[in-house]
Design a protein around this ligand. Sequence first.
Ligand code: 28F
Length: 652
Amino acid sequence: MSEETKAFLEPKETYDASQIQVLEGLEAVRLRPGMYIGSTSSSGLHHLVYEIVDNAIDEALAGFCTHITVTVEPGDVIRVSDDGRGIPVDVQEQTGKPALEVVYTVLHAGGKFGGGGYKVSGGLHGVGASVVNALSEWLEVEVHRGGNIYQMKFSRGDKTQDMKIIGQTDRTGTTVRFKPDPEMFEDTVYDYETLHVRMREQAFLNAGLRITIADERPESADREESERRDSMCYEGGIREFVSYLNRSKQPLHPDVIYVAGVREDSEAEIALQWNDSYNEVIDSFANNIHTPGGGMHETGFKTALTRVLNAYGKKTGVLKEGESLSGEDCREGMTAVISVKLVNPQFEGQTKDKLGNSDIRTLVDGILQEKLTEFLEENPAVGRAIMDKALTASRAREAARRARESIRNKSGLESGGMPEKLQDCNEKDPALCEIYIVEGDSAGGSAIQGRDSRFQAILSMWGKMLNVEKARADKIYKNEKLQPVITALGAGIGEDFNLEKLRYHKVIIMADADVDGSHIRTLLLTFFFRYMRPLIENGYVYSAVPPLYKLTRGKQQRVAYSDEERDRVSAEMRGDNPNAKIDISRYKGLGEMSKDELWETTMDPEKRTLRRITLGDAIQADQIFSLLMGEEVEPRRAWIETNAKYVSNLDI
Ligand code: 28F
């Protein structure tokens, strides 16, 4: 052991008060992991990676790191590497320990220490490296700094190897490897696509930073792919983010509009572009943290946008005396990314995904007011295109209002007049009622016979559904396929949507696990997302999970919902008799299940699995939908190609 290493090891022998505190700190993480990473489900598992990457990004924000690499190694071990300055290794006066050790063992002592970066706190974010350490079966960190390579190891948060020098180097940077603790997580398998989406988002938000992600796991039964690798670097930052979000749409003006500004310790940047679709997409971030709940930055953006466009319309004479555009008119077909950086972000709401700092509203409003006005004056052709879009939107909204009114009046007259395709339940209390929206008449038939009619209603849907993307709101309200859904749910639509009138507190989509099934699911989710969003936000939408396999041994029958379960159940049924013949058949669709099978496997509240649809699922469906229905051929072809593999996997 070198003298230098010895010097580092020296103080740790003293078991002082601060060390006791450290132990208590990480113990708390293992006792209540959800408090620190949200959950111990797959989302929490992925969160571990984001925590480590966040630290590397802070080093990039401070101006010292240009490349971050995230690798999924065999066995779902994660390796994250950066080319920053390397975490400091000198012994700290207060603790008597190397800074590196403190970063990995003291709660809330992550890399959030100013130094040019922004303090990121609140919500689940920035809880730091020590939380990842506490929740890892093992973790090792290697720092290249000052010519030396330092290494340190831990297990479940406890140090298993003191920091030592293991070699020499001519570069600087930090590398962390960890294996999430299977004792702490329900599932320890990483999903490459989930990590990819997140890393791409971070690359867009940090212009010029390169993030590489690689999958080194061998291919598995569930995953055909191995050795995937994606390297992302966007010099244009959020401008390119907007182009990316609009990739399957027709833009109404060639260049993405970009405005930015700074005030005191806060800064904001906004990129936006209109396309010929009817929906608005606003993705907002505070300190690189996604805020799907919106908040002050979005409010400032919306108010200023409406004000600027109205003023511009008046000034150019496009808007006549007494005419005005609503906020929604202005945002129809608009895709925007708002990214703000501030010192003390307040994340509010139940899911802590809403920014509460009101001075940010003023900042965003001010920047947009000044810079967008200027932009429109300098780019009259773009201004004209935006005004045309907003005016058409305004007229269509008026037509939709009239159509909606006629729906409202009708349902008032034929009070309770329910659609023909609805087999309602007897119970009337919405909290106790469920509605299954079933694809196909034969599946619908089995569901009607198999259900518990006391509280389960069935609505069959069949045939090709309306293309929600291309249709205007007024057409959607009158559409014959969607009308029964609207009427059966009873809560109205769009601006009229009223959760209190909802007739069922479980809206369950039951569709096959094939291409047609996923098509109908995507359509319905997109429809709910765009026109009944509170339904999803309040957790009322579910997906039924029908089994994939039927296993038969003599008179004994079981079902399995995944390949893994099929193998497990088959082994169980075989028991000690290795020669037993087990017949395994694959369910081709809901339609081929008997009413009893359907009830037992998919509808009986005692036995079934329901998957609650999250806003994230719906946003994804909405994106896939735009891609499938949009004008652009190339992204659509790419999606079908990628998913064809998935589909053929399913059909084996
Ligand atoms: C793979 C994950 O965690 N990278 C990091 C740094 C660099 C510094 C730092 C981090 C200083 C005293 C806490 C270096 N030189 N990648 C990473 N790179 N943290 S985390 O400082 C942390 C504080 O204790 C760093 C000078 N200043 C800061």
